[in-house]
Design a protein around this ligand. Structure first.
Ligand code: CS2
Ligand code: MG
Length: 402
């Protein structure tokens, strides 16, 4: 089966998405997600100028060789833009192969390892009372794994916290909004919300939190120790993982489990974290991590160390990435949890999908391929709009990780 054409669809149904559509001479097409939040047009142009021309005429079935052509075959490999472009090609080719076989993708990946996919959702609020109210809503929807983020007294805005009743959307402005951060205020206030949640809702529900790269390793260690009584499912990105070794310091002090990887795009970005058993969950996901082909390699390495997956699943990852993540999650043994930040209705109307939410879990669906499609006519009604993620400064103006 030969690749006859490919095109990039950039649209903004509620937020920006970059989609690659690959067509073949047998009439089967495949779709891949190439969205990098805040840098969408860069990946779109990369695909159009450098990837698509080299794809035409190739055998669509040679997924591994095509992957290696664009990775090993390219001198400047490994950046997130490259890996997102490569991921889109990889997802689309797996979609084509599974459609040609008349099978849902998870069958080609080894078949079902579980009956459903557990997901975690986001709960947040400016005050503890707001968090408790939002928490109850999530429990009523059936979620058993819940990420908790609370406003920090004295800070105008806190990562993960949104106005009441408004869905959280990280890329919130045309140009980066400048927010203010204070680590002491955060560390002084963060314990109280977990105490309140445990007191009100008991021990059975699993709790997670995202530190979003804000702390130094020793601060992260003290946070982990402080939160031990509340038995978190994980604390996420407690410190930036650029220096993988720094997680040794955290591990020396706390048994709070750690999840890392949403900003990583290659196995080499997390190899030391895995092989030194410095984390418990890997969050690299299909779109930023080179597609299904590369993510399976990461998951296999992690499995050797009893480390599980916890794929990133914020709204800036398109339903195509979610579909692929659910197929991989269904097939592999060391699946841990899937993040679920529901897409808005407009996104859902443009991207139709076979996967279904069911009481805090997903059913992957039985449609051939990855089961996600795009309504191109509708997509064309939502043109790209520039949107940027915020940046963070300390109170004295110093730039700090967001
Ligand atoms: C986050 C994201 O979902 C998460 O855990 O860290 O909200 C992240 O900030 C966005 O995906 C950035 O685009
Ligand atoms: Mg995160």
């Amino acid at each position: 089966m030969k690749i006859t054409s490919a095109k990039v669809i950039v649209c903004s149904p509620g937020r920006n998405f970059v989609t690659l559509k690959i067509e073949t001479d047998e009439g089967i097409y495949g779709l891949g997600d190439a969205t990098v939040n805040g840098r969408e047009l860069v990946v779109a142009q990369y695909l159009e100028e450098h990837v698509i021309p080299s794809l035409i005429g190739r055998d669509a079935g040679q997924i591994e060789d095509i992957w290696q052509f664009f990775y090993r075959g390219y001198y400047w490999k490994k950046g997130v833009i490259d890996m997102a472009a490569l991921a889109a090609v990889d997802m689309a080719l797996w979609d084509i192969k599974a459609k040609a076989a008349g099978m849902p993708l998870y069958q080609l990946l080894g078949g079902k390892s579980r009956e459903y996919i557990n997901v975690y959702t986001h709960v947040n609020g400016e005050t503890i009372a707001d968090v408790l109210a939002d928490f109850e809503v999530a429990l009523n929807k059936g979620y058993k794994f819940i990420r908790v983020q609370c406003g920090v007294p004295g800070l105008a805005k806190t990562y993960g916290v949104t106005k009441k009743g408004v869905a959280y959307e990280p890329a919130n402005a045309n140009l980066p909004e400048e927010q203010v951060w204070n680590t002491t205020k955060y560390l002084n206030s963060v314990e109280a919300v977990f105490k309140a949640v445990r007191e009100k809702f008991g021990d059975e529900v699993e709790l997670l939190t995202d530190v979003h790269h804000r702390l130094t390793p020793i601060e992260a260690a003290s946070l982990g120790k402080m939160l031990e009584p509340y038995r978190l499912f994980w604390m996420e990105d407690p410190t930036p993982s650029d220096n993988q070794e720094s997680f040794k310091l955290i591990r020396q002090h706390t048994t709070t489990k750690i999840a890392v990887g949403e900003v990583t795009s290659s196995i080499y970005d997390i190899k030391d974290l895995i092989t030194n058993q410095l984390v418990d969950y890997i969050r690299t996901t299909i779109v930023h991590g080179g597609g299904i082909t590369h993510i399976r390699q990461i998951a296999n390495l992690a499995a050797l160390y009893q480390i599980k997956t916890g794929f990133h699943g914020a709204t800036d990852l398109s339903p195509i990435t979610m579909g692929c993540a659910l197929h991989v999650g269904t097939a592999i043994n060391n699946f841990g949890i899937q993040e679920h930040m529901p897409h808005c209705q407009v996104t859902e109307s443009v991207f139709t999908h076979a996967y279904q939410f069911d009481h805090g879990t997903f059913q992957v669906g039985e449609a051939p391929g990855h089961g996600v499609d795009i309504n191109e006519e509708l997509a064309a009604q939502y043109p790209y709009k520039r949107a940027s993620l915020p940046v963070n400064r300390l109170e004295d103006g110093t730039l700090h990780p967001w």
